[in-house]
Design a protein around this ligand. Structure first.
Ligand code: TUI
Length: 311
């Protein structure tokens, strides 16, 4: 499947893996890239040394292009930004902030830069700063989220390709994103539940069992909204938040929460980050099955709807 994004990144399918902290390990990133998508190492809040190790591991597992996601709140963001250049990583996606200060250096080194944006204003700013594409991540997403559903607005706002993210896990969602003007999709939640994902079985099962209304957004009052599957932690957090608890008090409840859920399998007290589409994820498939399946399904959906409309 050729689009401007597959050409830009040298990949076979216009499918990018979300840059998920703790989940986006070398295992998952290499599996997505081997399957013809763009695998992403999610550096999250990890030290640069962890990122370096994961980059080396992916290079051992695949010759295909892969990327790294730089979460801009990471205290070692500067070191990771440099690491990408040193390791000649082909693509960087960024999240949770504005990556402008790194862009000149990345562009000079030939790194493709694809920031996640949470507004059309930031999308325009990223285009001006030299971004190769932007990811319009809607509020349906898991983890740290923006508050809008705005793919066509971003498509209208910029002249660079737009990648749609949030609420996509099957061919219908992919077709819809393309109809809105996106040139590729980014998915996270469905890859969390994939065979190659290293998350705990408890985490995978919670995603697979989730229903449409099972996600909750915590942290709206602190300015850091985060979407997770509901559990004891989200219940306690939202109760405290409603009672006007301080930022410090709320932070205490979620500190290290994602690791707890992903690594330790504690899906009661941990942060089980997932998007609203979790309700549609019913089983654990390989990354190859997911990527080939969704692209095949998308073509079927588009053709059958075109037939319906023509009738
Ligand atoms: O970054 C994400 N999702 C994440 S990061 C993460 S780790 C974390 N854990 C707990 C609390 C906070 C972070 C878990 N999930 N997605 C990309 C994303 N970027 N979503 C929203 C944004 C965003 C928000 C504001 C991007 C830019 C932005 O602009 C700020 C500015 O300076 O204009």
């Amino acid at each position: 499947m050729k689009t401007v994004i597959t050409e830009l990144l040298g990949i076979e399918y216009p499918v990018i893996q979300g840059g998920m902290a703790w989940v986006g390990t070398a295992e998952l990133a290499a599996a997505v890239s081997e399957a013809g998508g763009l695998g992403i190492i999610g550096a999250g809040g990890a030290p640069a040394s962890w990122g370096e190790e994961q980059i080396h591991k992916v290079k051992e597992k695949t010759d295909k292009p892969f990327g790294v996601n730089l979460m801009l709140l990471n205290p070692e963001a500067d070191a990771i930004a440099e690491l990408l250049v040193k390791e000649e990583v082909k693509v960087v996606t960024t999240g949770a902030g504005n990556p402008e200060k790194y862009m000149e250096e990345w562009k000079k080194a030939g790194v493709r830069v694809i920031p996640v944006v949470a507004s059309t204003a930031l999308a325009k700013r990223m285009e001006k700063a030299g971004a190769d594409a932007v990811i319009a991540e809607g509020t349906e997403s898991g983890g740290h989220i923006g508050e809008t559903t705005f793919v066509p607005q971003v498509v209208d706002a910029v002249n660079i390709p737009v990648i749609a993210a949030g609420g996509i896990a099957d061919g219908r969602g992919m077709a819809a994103a393309f109809m809105l003007g996106a040139k590729a999709i980014q998915m996270g939640t469905i890859f969390v539940a994939s065979k190659e994902s290293i998350v705990s079985e408890a985490y995978k099962n919670k995603v697979i069992k989730a229903k449409d209304i099972d996600t909750k957004v915590t942290g709206r009052t602190t300015g850091h909204p985060v979407r997770c599957l509901r559990n004891q932690q989200t219940r306690e957090y939202l109760k405290l938040e409603q009672a006007g608890a301080s930022f410090e008090e709320l932070e205490k409840l979620t500190l290290g929460g994602l690791r707890k859920a992903v690594v330790d399998g504690d899906v009661i007290h941990g942060s089980v980050m997932a998007g609203q589409i979790a309700g549609l994820v019913k089983d654990s498939r390989s990354c190859k099955e997911i990527i080939e399946g969704i692209c095949r399904e998308m073509k079927d959906v588009v053709l059958s709807q075109a037939e319906n409309i023509g009738r």
